[in-house]
Design a binder for this molecule. Structure first.
Ligand code: NAD
Length: 486
């Protein structure tokens, strides 16, 4: 096959920063001197890529102070002035698209095809879209004011895209931010901070503090943070909710999911099989809205499983920098262990595991794609988020049964419905309790469409008009029903 994507520029950048990456606070990189560091590894081979500073309470205090100091001037800028910076950030990301794609792939383990064609283009799109909102926010949300200083904590599955989802709307509405990337994947956030510097973003508007859960807790609990935005596990979402309960802080949470993927017997079967590929084998299944629970109507189940197995066997697992690879490495040894043990449990509970007979690389956190049949809808693998490239498949007889199964979960993030009968599809879509429902498609994300969950998948929306609400002061929000009645 073709040679792997070259990592020369990225390697040169890493080599130039052998001392490690510090935080980005008040427009400057702190360096790592006198700080503890966290080693960042490449999940595809286990080699250390870099070290990043481990943020302390003092680092968080300094970042919040810088964000507070910048807030007055930044929020008072005319929206079109803020828009200029967001447009400039978008253009700079596009200019360094290849660099960002390679760096993200090395840091996270996801295939270069995905970082190049999905993650990084969506990041640029998100900043372009919100540059538009910066210009419009004054007229579209009359009398609005921003929330203030936003504390933002993000996960490792879409590192730069989650950063964009957090920072772009916050800045568009005139807020300033302190963001903590996941400790497993902090490197594209460092390169993003370089871009903030390059475009001359005023000091303190964006602050990046590296670190683990303790650093995240210091940000969320900081008394001068007005709004907390978190994406990650439901467990940590619950901890944060308890931590800030009783404070005046605004909160949005994007948590886990166990999204149903419903295939009715009149569906375009080949299309639905391709849908499964995008639903659960995209990003190694490390996707909060992954279609991880396949529900197939009984009459087509055997044919559907057969086609799915054949398609699964064509997937290529391996070096994520290789442009022909479909499935890269899981983010960490810990994640590989978690996925492995859940899959073992699924087998122990009587499930039949169909797994692609691929030869996995000897190093790195690789796991072959698969799916379970013969599983009880109330077994562990059908209920718990695996967050790996393994789905469960169960059958149903009637549309009512499909909806009941689909809603039999503590989550409510996303769903997809496959049918050639538009009445059936729309009816099912309306009855599935999920923040996003796709019809004859899956995992489609757009900067202009609100994304978010119900129940244990969290609350609040990101993207589009609804996403902006999260970054407007609470006094504006109170006027929302009035504004809608008009
Ligand atoms: P996590 O929730 O532990 O970590 C997410 C982020 O929160 C990281 O930046 C982490 O440093 C930070 N954090 C951890 N504890 C914190 C605390 N007490 N206060 C503030 N911030 C804190 O998620 P994880 O350990 O990376 O993954 C565990 C599981 O979470 C996965 O297996 C998956 O099921 C789920 N997950 C969901 C998403 C999603 O997008 N919904 C993303 C990643 C992981």
């Amino acid at each position: 096959g073709p040679a792997p994507e070259s990592n020369t520029d990225v390697q040169a950048w890493l080599d130039a920063n052998k001392d490690g990456f510090g935080h980005f606070i008040n427009g400057k990189f702190t360096g790592t001197e006198g700080r503890d560091t966290i080693a960042v590894t490449n999940p595809a081979n286990g080699l250390v890529l870099a070290n990043v500073a481990h943020g302390t309470q003092a680092d968080v205090d300094a970042a919040v102070k810088a964000a507070r100091a910048a807030f007055g001037t930044w929020s008072a800028l005319p929206g079109h002035e803020r828009a200029k910076y967001l447009y400039a950030i978008a253009r700079h990301i596009q200019k360094r698209e290849r660099f960002f794609s390679v760096l993200e792939t090395m840091d996270n383990g996801k295939p270069i095809r995905e970082t190049r064609d999905i993650d990084i283009p969506l990041v640029a799109r998100h900043f372009y879209h919100h540059a538009g909102w910066a210009e419009m926010v004054e007229t579209e949300f009359e009398g609005f004011s921003p929330v203030g200083v936003c504390g933002q904590v993000i996960p490792w599955n879409f590192p730069l895209l989650m950063l964009a989802w957090k920072i772009a709307p916050a800045l568009a509405a005139g807020n300033t931010v302190v963001l903590k990337p996941a400790e497993l994947t902090p490197l594209t956030a460092v390169a993003f901070a370089e871009i903030c510097h390059e475009v001359g973003l005023p000091a303190g508007v964006v602050n990046i503090v590296h670190g683990d859960g303790a650093t995240g807790a210091a940000i969320c609990g900081h008394e001068d943070v007005d709004k907390v935005a978190f994406t990650g596990s439901t467990e940590v979402g619950r901890i944060i909710r308890e931590q800030i309960a009783g404070s005046e802080k605004k909160l949005s949470l994007e948590l886990g999911g166990k999204s149903p993927f419903i295939v009715f017997e009149d569906a375009d079967i080949d299309g639905a099989v391709e849908g499964v590929v995008d639903a659960i084998w995209f990003n190694q299944g490390e996707v909060c809205c992954a279609g991880s629970r396949i529900l197939v109507q009984e009459g087509i189940a055997a044919r559907f499983y057969d086609k799915l197995r054949k398609r699964m066997e064509t997937l290529r697992v391996g070096d994520p920098l290789d442009k022909t690879i479909d499935i890269g490495a899981l983010v960490s040894a810990g994640q590989l262990e978690r996925v492995t043990s859940l899959v073992e449990q699924g087998k122990a509970e009587g499930g039949t595991l169909w797994q692609a007979p691929v030869k996995l690389p000897t190093k790195g956190n690789f796991f072959a794609p698969g799916f379970f049949t013969d599983v009880d809808p109330v077994s562990t693998v059908c209920e718990v988020e695996i967050f790996g490239p393994v789905a469960t498949a169960t059958t149903f007889r009637t549309p009512d049964e499909a909806i009941a199964l689909a809603n039999n979960t503590k989550y409510g993030l996303a769903a997809s419905v496959w049918s050639e009968n538009i009445n059936l599809a729309l009816d099912a879509a309306a009855r599935v309790k999920a923040g996003v429902v796709w019809i004859n498609s899956t995992n489609l994300l757009d900067a202009g469409a609100g994304f978010g969950g119900y129940r244990e998948s969290g609350f609040g929306r990101e993207g589009g008009r609804e996403g902006l609400y999260e970054y407007l002061a609470a006094d504006w929000e109170k006027r929302l029903p009035l504004a809608r009645d008009e």
